[in-house]
Design a binder for this molecule. Structure first.
Ligand code: NI
Length: 181
């Protein structure tokens, strides 16, 4: 499916892969070439994220096992897209426990313990090194999306009891989705 992009070029909405798709469990490969293909993938991921709607998306979620994430945790009226290539969490402080959801785990939300603030380093689409201090929703989102690059879903952080409840509920959610198709 294609939609018109902001710059008048064609931006593709990408298919979001759902758990238990194996691509979501792979450790993603580092990005080595900062070329037009990478830029196109990042633009398509941003549009896919906004359309979902979501506040973050990692390349494995669209079936690409590369270390690339996009985020926008800013206010709805004002887009603040961040594209982070090969992102790494340098350090973190504090802890928080907010409810999270994931475009790859439709219909399920749960509280996950995370660092409250993180310092992140990554490369931009031109390969330039960047650093960012993130807190609040931005910090949670960076941790959630970087987890995706290591094959970790937010539900992997749940206690064994909550995990078994999740499995039961998620099986029903998937069945309902299949019925709707
Ligand atoms: Ni996610």
């Amino acid at each position: 499916m294609r939609i018109a992009g902001n710059q008048g070029d064609n931006v593709a909405l990408l298919k979001i892969h759902h758990h238990p798709d194996p691509v979501l469990k792979q450790v993603a490969e580092p990005v080595a070439s900062f070329d037009g293909d990478l830029r196109k993938l990042a633009e398509d991921m941003l549009e896919t994220m906004y359309a979902a709607p979501g506040v973050g998306l990692a390349a494995p979620q669209v079936g690409v096992s590369r270390r690339l994430i996009v985020l926008d945790c800013g206010p709805k009226e004002q887009r603040q897209p961040i594209v982070a290539v090969n992102p790494v969490i340098l350090d973190g402080e504090g802890s928080c426990c907010e409810e999270e959801g994931c475009l790859s785990v439709p219909g399920y939300y749960a509280r996950v313990e995370r660092r409250e603030k993180v310092r992140v380093s990554f490369q931009d689409l031109d390969g330039r090194e960047r650093q960012m201090e993130a807190e609040g929703l931005w910090a949670i989102c960076f941790q959630h999306e970087i987890d995706h690059l290591d094959g970790i879903l937010f539900v992997d952080h749940l206690s064994p009891l909550k995990k078994s409840l999740f499995r039961k509920k998620y099986r029903k959610i998937l069945e309902q989705m299949e019925e709707q198709l």
